[in-house]
Every structure is written in C-alpha cells, then in structure tokens.
Design a protein around this ligand. Structure first.
Ligand SMILES: Nc1nc2c(ncn2[C@@H]2O[C@H](COP(=O)(O)OP(=O)(O)OP(=O)(O)O)[C@@H](O)[C@H]2O)c(=O)[nH]1
Ligand SMILES: [Zn+2]
Length: 234
C-alpha cells in the first residue's frame, strides 16, 4: 500500500520479524546490528518510483523555501533530477536488492598469499551533512579455499559507499561483507578519504584527509599488516 505522504508516517511491515527491542521511541522498526547502517524496514515497502515521487515533492519544497524560481527552465527539473540521483545513483546502496552478486571460484592454483585490490575509487556522502566523501579504498584477503572475481571487490566497496555514511561504518561494512562472502577472517580494509563537510564548509580545511582501517585474522599480525601497508606505500 502506498504510504500517504511522508515516510515518517508509514507503518512497519506487518510480516516483519524484527522485535520491539529494535523499535525507536516512535515505534519505527530498524535493522540494528553492531555494524550495519540503521535502515528503516518500512522504507523497503516503497518501490523506487514512489521514493522518487516523494523525494521530488519534498525537494521542490526545500527549493521553494530557499526562494528559488521553480518556473526557470534550468531549475524546474531539479527536484526530479535530485530525486532520481538519490534513489538510482548516489544512495542506491540503501536498497538491499542492489547488492552485487558475487562470483567465487575454487582456489585450484593453491594461491596462499594475500591478494590486494588497491586504489578503489570511493564516492560516498556524509550522513551528517549530505555532502560528498571522496577517496580510495584498499582491500585485501587471504583465501580460505575460494577466490573472488576481482571486480566484485570494487563492487562491494561501491555498494556500501552509496549510502549516507560515516567512514568508520563504511570500513567495517566492507570488511564484514568480505568476511561473509569469502568465509574467512583474514581480510583488511583501509580507506583514505576527503570529506567535503570538512573541506568546503565548517572548518574549511582543504588539506586534511581521514584514514580508517580494519584488520582481521592474519592481518592482526604485525608482519602481515606491514606487508599489506607496504603495497599501499604506507
Ligand atoms: N567520526 C566521523 N565524523 C564525521 C564523518 N563525516 C563527518 N563527520 C563529522 O561529524 C561531525 C558533526 O558534528 P556537529 O558538531 O553536529 O556538526 P557541525 O556543527 O556542522 O560541525 P562542524 O563540521 O565542525 O561545523 C563533524 O565534526 C564532522 O566533521 C565521519 O565519517 N566520521
Ligand atoms: Zn559531514
């Protein structure tokens, strides 16, 4: 059923298995884990077209409040453009259906060293200000029997980046996904990124960047960690 108006007024799905412990003070269901983005379950009821319709409406309102002339031919399409960009592009990782399908192969070649995929481009958005985070992610794992198609490492990074994020959570989400898919604790993730909320507003420090890391299993050992970081020139 189409929610009437604003997302906050929708009800949680009837068939949801989430317990009352996961409800906030307004009775809204959340998926709460120690590392996951707290996503509202009731938003999964809406298809992309409805989300675009509602966001377009509300973004038009924001532009009107700002005093922008929505009859101008350059501005009149902006609410819909922004809505489509949110749902289909920069926040498409909110939709679990967009999670990449992963191709695994048997490690027939008995490759038992680390594999590093470095310099994966990160485009995300800060959940505090909704402005871009831009940087690089470097991921590594040691096979426990399966190897993953290389591009899927990039796709996992891209998927979790396409949410309103904080860098710490993004780092842990990528690591947890790798651990789950590859059935190993032996994963490492480093992200080095620039936050536009720090660069272009607020403190306006364009020289700083943020580094976060995750080291699991064998990467907790100093020598393994050092080897990984040496490939990154760190
Ligand atoms: N830990 C963490 N903080 C972040 C991230 N992205 C943005 N922030 C910070 O989130 C904080 C939000 O703080 P507030 O004081 O509520 O926001 P604000 O008044 O706009 O703060 P200023 O940015 O200092 O002007 C800021 O310090 C941001 O720099 C992130 O990925 N991780
Ligand atoms: Zn921010």
């Amino acid at each position: 059923m189409k929610p009437n108006g604003i997302l906050l007024n929708t009800q949680p799905m009837a068939e949801t298995s989430f317990s009352e412990e996961n409800m906030d003070e307004n009775g809204h269901d959340h998926i709460l884990t120690s590392y996951d983005t707290p996503l509202r379950v009731d938003a999964f009821e809406m298809d992309d077209d409805l989300k675009i319709e509602l966001i377009e409406k509300h973004f038009r309102h924001i532009m009107e409040i700002m005093g922008l002339d929505l009859t101008d031919d350059s501005l009149k399409g902006t609410p819909r453009r922004v809505a489509k960009m949110y749902v289909k592009e920069i926040f498409s990782g909110m939709n679990p259906e967009n999670k990449p399908s992963i191709t695994l192969f048997d490690n027939k070649y008995k490759y038992d060293q680390m594999l590093v995929e470095k310099d994966i481009t990160v485009f995300s958005n800060c959940e505090h200000h909704f402005v871009p985070i831009h940087g690089k992610a470097h991921v590594a794992y040691i096979s426990s029997g399966k190897v993953i198609g290389l591009s899927k490492l990039n796709r996992i990074v891209h998927h979790y980046s396409k949410r309103p994020q904080v860098q710490e959570r993004l780092t842990v989400q990528i690591a947890n996904e790798l651990k789950e898919v590859l059935k190993t604790e032996d994963v490492a993730v480093v992200i080095d990124a620039q936050h536009m909320c720090v660069h272009s507003r607020g403190v306006q420090d364009t020289g700083s960047s943020t580094i976060t890391s995750y080291y699991g299993g064998k990467f907790e050992k100093e020598a393994t960690r050092r080897e990984f970081l040496s490939y990154l020139g760190m």
